[in-house]
Design a protein around this ligand. Structure first.
Ligand code: ADP
Length: 255
């Protein structure tokens, strides 16, 4: 079976300081459908924003953000568990740092853990473990973490479910005439060096970290598909119907 890693951002999972339960349910039922076609790994943001639903600490303060992540991670996972239970799908929590990918031995352990979970019909739900770590140990955004997870788990494609329909020639939230790229096979270095453009309170990346993730996947000869996570229709089209409507595919396949 083909393997995919799916990454979902905080924006999709939370709304007005609460967990966006309907969107989460849509995501969960989509993942359950995907499991009949693919081995699936989920990388999910949302610990800090989930923590904020219970505790109003200033997330801009370094320690407060860690406390929010510590409070929020079990809230996030219990929401997933309640929804996946509807479909009888068991999940696991895999918390990772950049250091977990720093040697062949670490990578081998990661691969075996993921393989074993999938063989046993468990859906791995991965998030960055930024609770007791220092900045040198973490990716800082789940886009790049998800690219490492996708590559080292042997995923054919990384799908990033975002607040935007795809990658445009300029920021579509600022320019009405922005045009979406359908297929991208190389990314100019200057685009990878631009500042963070994230739109949500709890987002950490913006388009730049998604492009860095895409570049990493292209360097590994793998693909990344960036599409909307609020409305899953383009993800469904691409992954279930095998049709590419909206959404940007990063791939060297046609080169
Ligand atoms: P997520 O919560 O999915 O991680 P982010 O807010 O981090 O989303 O990143 C997506 C945002 O990046 C978009 O909403 C958009 O405002 C911004 N952006 C800036 N430049 C571009 C571009 N060229 N194409 C698409 N999105 C862009």
């Amino acid at each position: 079976m083909k393997r995919i890693t799916l990454k979902v951002g905080s924006g999709v999972l939370t709304e007005n300081n609460a967990v966006a339960k309907q969107r989460m349910l849509n995501l969960v039922s989509f993942i359950v459908k995907l499991q009949s076609l693919y081995d699936v790994i989920l990388v999910s943001s949302g610990a800090v924003s989930s923590g904020y639903t219970a505790l109003k600490l200033d997330r801009k303060k370094h320690i407060s953000k860690k406390v929010l992540a510590a409070v929020g991670q079990p809230i996030l996972m219990s929401n997933y568990k309640a929804l996946f239970d509807i479909y009888d799908v068991d999940t696991s929590q895999v918390l990772m740092t950049e250091e977990d990918f720093d040697s062949a031995a670490h990578i081998e352990i990661f691969r075996q853990i993921i393989d074993s979970q999938i063989e046993n019909n468990i859906l791995p739900i991965v998030n960055e473990n930024d609770i007791t770590t220092i900045s040198e140990q973490v990716f800082g955004d789940n886009d790049q973490l998800s690219a490492h997870v996708a590559h080292h788990s042997g995923s054919d494609v990384l799908v990033i479910l975002s607040d935007i329909d795809g990658y445009y020639d300029k920021n579509p939230n600022e320019h009405d005439d922005a045009v979406m790229y359908k297929l991208v096979s190389s990314i100019p270095q200057a685009e990878l060096e631009k500042p963070d453009t994230s739109t949500h309170e709890f987002a950490t990346g913006g388009i730049v970290t998604k492009l860095k993730a895409a570049q990493f996947m292209l360097d590994q000869g793998r693909e990344m598909f960036l599409c909307n996570g609020y409305d899953l229709s383009s993800a469904k089209e691409y992954l279930i119907d095998g049709q590419h409507g909206k959404g940007t595919l990063f791939s060297c396949a046609n080169n």
